[in-house]
Write a protein that binds this ligand. Structure first.
Ligand code: AMP
Ligand code: MG
Length: 486
């Protein structure tokens, strides 16, 4: 059979020790149908978008056919969920293999929602169309915002219902990732594997994501350092755009530094560090303001899982790991500060910058100002549309900011350009996402989603036709709630 689609799969994960996965095939579904395809992403993967739209593509996206060269498997992992350690694993995901792109890059091709696996723990292994389309929209928006993330190649509907509180249309998402290695994969190895299995996993992660450290004196300590660096940068990027992940369990934190698992995530409207959308996060563990700290907590769990590799002398290993972990808050703050300076059009550094930024955030919180639109207005030089802008406190702050802008060589135009490149005008606003999902789920109408995706694909373009996506929802009095999407 000729491979018109262009699959070029390798299966390096199957070469890891057996405890890390279970080979299996997806359960076929009744009426597979393509709901949405990411044609541009397909092309960068070396896949023929036209061919993918045909039966050969759709049957792979629904799990009815295995592409040439695939060795499907579900991955084993553990993780701290809301602080409690559990054995988990891909309960509703199957890795088909790793696509090697024409550029020689390697990406996991994973089906999310293809039926039960040995790790399903009583769940059905299935997913509903709404949440899969939601992951598609938000992950693609994140990518366009310049934030490392898993991507979405396609959603296929199954023609079968999934039973939650009601019957919902079933779907499978095809997810693309640098890899699906998680902090929880290492926790699994440390808790249930032999030291040589943990070492095999660490060597694999280094080879795949951090080849430069392979020859280091202590590559496992370097691995910890590199992951800490990537996560510090990633979480700072979330904070800068107001993204709330919602379920920062250690199994949802990648080794590659990509955002993963778009469940109850959402973007913040009014600036408030206590913002939480997830219905199950009753304590606010994963609130906007807690994300950087939780990142550090998760990284400590990663460090613990590496201790036996870092040094034979465990006291020394703890000391070395501790050193890296204590550096995280500073690294995070550096990333966040430099991002915030860019959001305010600042090129150089001044010791007062942090105070200036904090003062603005405090005023935004007090005036319940919309996070994205406040920065958008500052970028456009049009301080209108928010109560904040007519307060005397803001006028005072604005004077200070203008003074500060004057203390750098760059022109006002340069500052404005820097601000435009760092303050998105369009984010996936919750009400617009819901509207797109409702059209798809209730009427099989994907045009609303396509139009939203198009606006989200250029978040820094400030185009007139995108303006409708900047508008806030009509106040409903009911707080927006998100669900884990199982
Ligand atoms: P998540 O909240 O998506 O990160 O999932 C947490 C854990 O629950 C992972 O081990 C998932 O594989 C598993 N899980 C989520 N939904 C289902 C489902 N419908 N069936 C089986 N396992 C699931
Ligand atoms: Mg997960």
């Amino acid at each position: 059979m000729t491979n018109k689609i262009g699959w070029n799969l390798d299966n390096s994960y199957t070469r890891l020790p057996q405890i890390f996965y279970t080979s299996l095939t997806p359960e076929p579904v009744e009426f597979p149908k393509l709901a949405i395809l990411n044609e541009r992403l397909a092309e960068t993967l070396g896949l023929d978008a036209e061919a993918l739209k045909g039966e050969g593509g759709v049957s792979v996206f629904a799990g009815n056919q295995i592409p040439e060269g695939a060795s499907p498997l579900s991955q084993a992992y553990a993780g701290h969920q809301f602080g409690h350690f559990n054995m988990l694993g891909d309960g509703r995901a199957i890795l088909l293999g790793e696509q090697i792109t024409p550029e020689g890059e390697r990406f996991d091709i994973q089906l999310k929602g293809p039926g039960s696996t040995p790790y399903s723990r009583g769940g059905d292994g299935r997913a509903a169309l709404g949440p899969m389309l939601r992951e598609y929209i938000i992950s693609e928006a994140m990518h366009a915002l310049g934030i490392p993330t898993t991507r979405s190649l396609a959603v296929a509907t199954t023609g079968e219902a999934v039973i939650r509180e009601t019957h919902l249309p079933g779907a499978v998402l095809t997810r693309i990732a640098a890899s699906h290695l998680r902090v929880g994969t290492f926790q699994f190895a440390a808790a249930y594997g032999k030291p040589e299995e943990l070492r095999a996993l660490a060597d694999y992660a280094i080879k795949r994501h951090y080849p430069d450290i392979e020859g280091d004196e202590n590559p496992y300590l370097s691995l910890l350092r590199e992951v800490v660096k990537r996560q510090a940068s990633l979480i700072a990027k979330w904070q800068l755009v107001g993204f709330i992940h919602g379920v920062m369990n250690t199994d949802n934190m990648t080794i590659s530094g990509e955002t993963i698992d778009y469940g109850p995530c959402a973007f913040m409207n009014e600036y408030d560090p206590a913002t939480v959308f997830s219905s199950i996060d009753t304590q606010g563990r994963y609130s906007y303001g807690n994300q950087p700290g939780i990142g550090g907590w998760n990284l400590s769990r990663f460090a613990e899982s590496l201790l036996v590799l870092i040094d034979d002398d465990q006291e020394k290993a703890v000391e070395l790991a501790q050193d890296v972990i204590t550096g995280y808050p500073k690294l995070y703050t550096q990333n966040w500060l430099s991002g915030m300076r860019a959001k305010l059009g600042l090129f150089n550094e001044d010791s007062e910058d942090e105070a200036l930024i904090q003062e603005l955030l405090d005023l935004m919180q007090k005036q319940r100002a919309d996070y994205t639109n406040t920065f958008r207005s500052l970028t456009l030089g049009k301080t209108e549309g928010e109560d904040l802008f007519s307060t005397p406190e803001f006028a005072k702050w604005n004077d200070k900011w203008q003074d500060r802008l004057g203390r750098q060589e760059q022109s006002k135009e340069d500052s404005q350009e820097l601000m435009r490149n760092n303050n998105p005008s369009v984010i996936p606003r919750n009400h617009r996402v819901e509207e797109a999902l409702a059209a798809a789920v209730e009427r099989a109408d994907y045009t609303v989603t396509e139009k939203l995706l198009s606006a989200l694909s250029k978040p820094y373009a400030y185009l007139a036709e995108q303006e409708e996506y900047c508008a806030l929802p009509v106040p409903s009095g009911v707080p927006y709630r998100t669900y884990c999407g199982t």
